[in-house]
Design a protein around this ligand. Structure first.
Ligand code: B4P
Length: 189
């Protein structure tokens, strides 16, 4: 069972690389960003709470995000494995993921950290903002809030997986195919 965590700052290419990884390894893709945007679109109560955070570039609360992951795992118990895209984003989420996986005799196989510098991230996100319709990609101050949330709350997650010997850094600048090949070299050397 292959369970991958795809990690990195906003715009690092998590969603982009997830699509390729899912196709090659036949995994279930769980993107908390996509799940939250689906809730917002469906105008659910959870979506309203999430929208207020995402619009400001802040993280959605751990209990909401962990609850969504729990539901997704329960609904896919026969899967060949999972790719967690943009989750965990806090150490509390990482601890909760370990507990949830252990309950079904699974564990995280490895954590892939896409390394991209801030100016490149800003450029990519503003470019995506022109076509995606995502308000959180269109405003530089919101993007910088997302970077700040990453630095303060999400970066410690790297240390969490490093301590478990599961963290691998991937150069996230280059062609999408080159980056994908670096990921594959770690996943199945
Ligand atoms: P996400 O949806 O996870 O968004 P992201 O970090 O912006 O995207 P990603 O890194 O996947 O970017 P992509 O590949 O598309 O989160 C959105 C918000 O939801 C968060 O800010 C937060 O508020 C909330 N949220 C989500 N999960 C949460 C959690 N666990 N806890 C709390 N809150 C949570 O790449 C970006 C752009 O770069 C694309 O346009 C792509 O085409 C381009 N690109 C990709 N690879 C490239 C390359 N190699 N070269 C050039 N461009 C490239």
């Amino acid at each position: 069972m292959l369970n991958l965590v795809l990690f990195g700052p906003p715009g690092a290419g998590k969603g982009t690389q997830s699509d390729l990884i899912v196709e090659k390894y036949n995994l279930i893709h769980i993107s908390t960003g996509d799940l939250l945007r689906a809730e917002i679109k469906a105008q659910t109560e959870l979506g309203t709470i999430a929208a207020a955070k995402i619009e400001k570039g802040e993280l959605v609360s751990d209990d909401i995000v962990i609850g969504m992951i729990k539901n997704k795992l329960a609904a896919n118990l026969n899967a060949k494995g999972f790719i967690f895209d943009g989750f965990p984003r806090t150490t509390a989420q990482a601890e909760a993921l370990d507990v949830l996986l252990k309950e079904v005799n699974m564990s995280v196989s490895c954590m892939l950290s896409l390394e991209v510098e801030t100016p490149e991230l800003l450029k990519r996100l503003l470019e995506r903002g022109k076509v995606s319709g995502r308000a959180d990609d269109q405003d530089e101050s919101i993007i910088m809030n997302r970077m700040a949330a990453y630095n303060s709350s999400t970066l410690p997650v790297k240390e969490y997986y490093k301590a478990q010997g599961k963290q691998f850094e991937i150069q996230g600048v280059g062609s999408i195919q080159e980056i994908f090949e670096s990921i594959c070299a770690v996943v199945a050397p």
